[in-house]
Write a protein that binds this ligand. Structure first.
Ligand SMILES: Nc1ncnc2c1ncn2[C@@H]1O[C@H](COP(=O)(O)OP(=O)(O)OP(=O)(O)O)[C@@H](O)[C@H]1O
Ligand SMILES: [Mg+2]
Length: 254
């Protein structure tokens, strides 16, 4: 199982949307995918699961040693995709992890239990840097950074890369950056080109070729609790997410 942490220090930069669309795209390619929702806003969970189907949530996985990870899976309607559902109650977990030896490695240890059962694991995270995001990065083989073409997103990008590089240096030397992807590119705004070229110049090894345009269908799909692949598979958003998924797969296989 290859684990990808979806991280971005600036909120609203489409972490949850890209996590879900990439997971769905991988499942349509026949891959087995686990989604772990580590964001207390639970957007990933709420977009694909109905509350009444959830038996266990990720906070329990992190602090309850008696709970097997596989017993915390919630099945989805997507072939081959399971979710460890999010929780809006992480403060107790963060406090409990605080007193734990090696608290940054708890998620990794838990996911190791199920790594033969999936091809990929995607971990959605919150924008604030806390021990849960550090856990996501320590459990991950790759960090993926979604970005918007708005100017201020570059600030979050610098902070995200700094956090990743500290985790790599201090805690998880094998962590790699999968890429920075513009998953909300406003093709009509002239500033967008400038933002992309600035990011490409400054972080040229990491900026991916694939771009997902700002697209109302992707928003509509999310409102309807669907990915763009289920909502309108012929839409340009689906074509662009598919290309991003292929690019990511080729980097991971290299
Ligand atoms: N390409 C797109 N075009 C238009 N809207 C989009 C696109 N991608 C995502 N959105 C919309 O943007 C909103 C925010 O996206 P999302 O919830 O994925 O961000 P996030 O980074 O997970 O936010 P947070 O930091 O709060 O967790 C959602 O309503 C989503 O439907
Ligand atoms: Mg989110």
């Amino acid at each position: 199982m290859k684990t990808i942490a979806v991280v971005q220090r600036k909120g609203g930069n489409r972490k949850s949307t890209s996590c879900l669309n990439l997971a769905r795209c991988l499942s349509l390619k026949g891959k087995k995918v686990l989604i772990v929702d580590l964001d207390d806003q639970k957007n990933s969970t709420q977009s694909i699961l109905f509350e009444n189907k959830i038996v266990h949530t990720v906070d329990e996985v992190l602090v309850n040693d008696e709970l097997f990870v596989k017993d915390a899976f919630t099945a989805t309607d997507w072939e081959g995709v399971k979710v460890i559902a999010g929780s809006s109650n992480f403060s107790g977990v963060i406090r409990e992890l605080d007193g734990e030896v090696g608290s940054h490695l708890v998620l990794k240890e838990k996911l190791d239990e199920v790594k033969v059962d999936f091809d990929f694991c995607l971990v959605d995270t919150s924008p604030s840097l806390n021990i849960l995001v550090v856990n996501a990065l320590c459990a991950a083989d790759f960090a993926f950074i979604p970005l918007s073409s708005k100017y201020f997103s570059l600030q979050g990008l610098g902070q995200s890369l700094e956090s990743i590089s500290k985790v790599k240096k201090r805690l998880s030397p094998d962590l790699k950056i999968l890429g920075i992807a513009f998953v909300i590119y406003d093709a009509r705004a002239s500033l967008s080109k400038e933002v992309v070229s600035k990011a490409s110049e400054e972080y040229k090894d990491y900026v991916l070729k694939s771009v997902v345009n700002q697209n109302v269908r992707i928003e509509e799909a999310q409102t309807a609790r669907m990915t763009i692949f289920d909502y309108k598979s012929t839409d340009n958003g689906a074509v662009q997410y598919e290309a991003l998924c292929e690019e990511i797969l080729s980097i991971m296989e290299a």
